[in-house]
Design a protein around this ligand. Structure first.
Ligand code: NAI
Ligand code: SOE
Length: 400
């Protein structure tokens, strides 16, 4: 069986999730399309890289990501660093002929994401962007039900992503609160997952009208290290610096095909942990999904007899998308790790078959075009059309 050597850049939260997926994917999806080998991991110092290699099962740790790019033995570059380094690493990896998987958001802006898309397309390598939530079997089932026309013509999509790990103002100013590193706040970090869901389930977005707001305007300084996502010590008494990204976005959306909808995201909603939800109403029924109950899809069919009408719960299992590789009985339960294992399987299959997986860098770019439009609309207070642009157009706009 074909073996593909992986060079991973970044040994934090997502380093752990992707490493788990490389190790576990062949145990779930056998025969595997290819066997991923944890070859080299890069972090910012020898100490961190060696620790990550030991922890995550890589043969070698290095302190400069360029050594991964320059290594002819490496077939795949996996980018799991904060957002400011995605573009430089992905473009270098593509130019070196490596297949690339990159965490979301693809770049800090649509312009950055477009450069990444152009680089992988020019190089002819396989590319994937890690919007893993859309691989949750219940979400794929929702798309199947929509495609089969079982809930009729889609009228609206209501999507939320609510968390509370940053609701405390004494939570540190990690990289996720710094525009130069993250690009944006709740928007790029979590709303992009909902944008991805909306595009995956309903279709392309035509226009947005949005409000973005920052209400925790400064936080205790944390200049380096991983983001502990609210789990680290609170830093009261430590000098503070300004937060220059959004805490919350609320957006009305119009889809190209006439459906309407809304998107909301914040990491400051006390009591909500990973409340990634969508409710979709069609002319013949409705669908509801909440990632906190990720094995369940709520569906309602309007042609049910009047005395049986209502949401029913489908528990996903072996009969559902990706279910053949997962667990043998419905509702045994999947976790976050399984969504990454499915993502890894889709990526390896695409490489083995010489085609592009979904979502790929084009989706990463299109999601960013919507995200940029949300910020633009929030600034101008008017509806903003979504228009994918060429690099020249973007450059011209930036000059103005
Ligand atoms: P983290 O803060 O836990 O870890 C980042 C790691 O990258 C750290 O070990 C850091 O030292 C290392 N690093 C930073 N710059 C580097 C460089 N130039 N070269 C090598 N290593 C470098 O961050 P986390 O949570 O793992 O996030 C990483 C990426 O994954 C982000 O883009 C984030 O948006 C995305 N993410 C996606 C999730 C999803 O559900 N798909 C979940 C969490 C994060
Ligand atoms: C923090 O908000 C975070 O880790 C995001 O970065 C991820 O994309 C999300 O899936 C989980 O929460």
């Amino acid at each position: 069986m074909h073996r593909l050597n992986v060079g991973m850049i970044g040994g934090g939260f997502m380093g752990k999730a992707h490493a788990l997926a490389y190790a576990a994917m062949p145990m779930f999806f056998w025969p595997a399309p290819a066997i991923p080998i944890r070859h080299t991991i890069a972090d910012v110092s020898d100490e961190l890289a060696d620790d990550a290699a030991n922890r995550l099962g890589f043969a070698k740790g290095v302190s400069d990501w360029r050594r991964v790019i320059d290594d002819p033995e490496i077939h795949i570059v996996d980018i799991v660093t904060p957002n400011n380094s995605h573009a430089e690493i992905a473009i270098a990896a593509a130019q070196a002929g490596k297949h690339v998987i990159c965490e979301k958001p693809l770049g800090r802006t649509a312009a950055e994401a477009l450069m990444m898309l152009e680089a992988v397309e020019a190089a002819g390598v396989t590319h994937m962007v890690a919007f893993n939530y859309r691989h949750t079997p219940a979400v794929v089932l929702a798309r199947k039900i929509i495609e089969e026309g079982r809930i009729g013509t889609i009228r609206n999509f209501r999507g939320t992503y609510l968390q509370d790990w940053s609701a405390d103002p004494d939570g540190p100013l990690s990289w996720r609160f710094q525009k130069k590193i993250a690009g944006s706040g709740a928007l790029g970090d979590i709303a992009t997952h909902v944008i991805d869901m909306a595009r995956y389930l309903v279709g392309e977005i035509a226009a947005v009208s949005a409000v973005a707001r920052t209400y925790i305007t400064e936080r205790p300084i944390q200049n380096s290290g991983t983001d502990k996502l609210g789990a680290g010590p609170k830093l009261s008494g430590v000098p503070k610096a300004a937060v220059d990204v959004d805490d919350e976005i609320m957006t009305l959306i119009r889809f190209q095909d006439g459906a309407v909808g809304s998107l909301e995201a914040t990491r400051n909603a006390f009591g909500r942990n990973n409340y990634l939800t969508f409710e979709i109403h069609g002319s013949a029924g409705s669908i509801f999904f909440n990632y906190e109950r990720r094995d369940e899809l709520q569906v309602m069919f309007a042609d049910d007899p009047a005395d049986r009408r209502g949401f029913r719960t489908i528990y996903t299992g072996p009969a559902h998308p990706h279910g053949d590789g997962l667990w043998p009985i419905p509702a045994l339960g999947i976790g976050y790790g399984e969504t990454k294992i499915i993502e890894c399987h889709l990526f390896m299959t695409a490489i083995a078959e010489g085609r592009q997986p979904s979502p790929n860098f084009r989706d990463g770019y299109l999601n960013e075009v919507v995200a940029d439009a949300i910020l633009a609309s929030s600034e101008t207070g008017i509806w903003t059309d979504i228009r994918a642009q060429s690099r020249n157009e973007i450059a011209a706009e930036h000059k103005r």
